[in-house]
Design a protein around this ligand. Sequence first.
Ligand code: ATP
Ligand code: ATP
Ligand code: CA
Length: 218
Amino acid sequence: MKKQFAVIGLGRFGGSICKSLVEEGMEVLAIDENEEKVNEFASLATQAVIADTTDEKALRGLGIRNFDHVIVAIGDNIQASILTTLMLVEMNVKHITVKAQNDYHEKVLNRLGADEIVHPERDIGIRIAHSVVSKNVLDYLELSDEYSIVELGAGTTLHGETIVGLDLRAKYGCNILAVKRGDNIHVSPRPEEKIANGDILIVIGADDDINRLENQWI
Ligand code: ATP
Ligand code: ATP
Ligand code: CA
């Protein structure tokens, strides 16, 4: 059976989750209190309804309890986000993901028992900061406090070097997961693979080691 998702709040964030889930072939109930938003998603989502999810009756009326995963993407109205989340938790919804607007909001959501809290503005900010601070870091994914995956531009300095020749594992404790070349991506590249100008290396490692590596390269 298809997994059933409900997305509450159809702003840019909730709206884009809704679209992606539909593209993945999932069943999606799109909910917003704003009629215009709901109309916008009427033809896209499996079903789109107007409801104020801080109204417990309305929320129960949607049969929200039976959904596998509910995503609360209410933005500026933190009170509405908290109240909606509280009721979803009390209804024992299987999996609840909530977008947090700030650290205090996140703290409260944690206490309430949201399964997953996302902080897109902050996280994207961190990612972009990494890519502007260091010229060769193109993208960055934090795995934990200590470990990350980064996309490093090879520039011209590494042209002709082989992966085994770089010896990243011994020198930096980092692993090259893949090499991007134009539109192609080589996953698990062979050790004798030569790096070309403009290649992008996708590297996993400890943040300290990645920093050392970046500083060595350019
Ligand atoms: P984004 O940054 O993702 O565009 P935003 O941070 O600007 O979103 P808002 O526009 O404040 O967030 O909220 C997202 C949506 O949530 C809006 O379309 C809004 O109508 C809806 N929303 C807010 N409160 C409720 C509620 N109580 N019930 C249902 N929908 C709500
Ligand atoms: P976010 O979604 O990232 O929380 P936002 O999209 O809600 O932010 P705003 O709150 O409109 O964006 O703007 C972000 C910050 O930029 C605010 O602190 C605001 O004071 C500041 N800002 C807006 N316009 C200007 C300006 N012309 N010059 C300097 N600062 C500005
Ligand atoms: Ca916003």
